[in-house]
Design a protein around this ligand. Sequence first.
Ligand SMILES: [Zn+2]
Length: 82
Amino acid sequence: MDDTVQIRCPRCKSSFRDKARQVQTGYSRQCPRCETIVFFEDGSNDKGIQRALLDAKRLRRALREAAEVGKPASRPFVYRRS
Ligand SMILES: [Zn+2]
């Protein structure tokens, strides 16, 4: 499974990809094209940033679930009270 999300630079509007594991609130990285530092903040008023944060959050959950589905046999059964 692809573990990267698409990010759109708020300045030059070019798209690039970064690991969903990294892209979360407080993270920042440099745009490969215009070298602007792109900040990922919950309160960002840039739609592209919010979108990337949301996509990354969703993808992290999907990856975690996929990892759990992949290894049920090797894990001892644990009874969980709900
Ligand atoms: Zn850029």
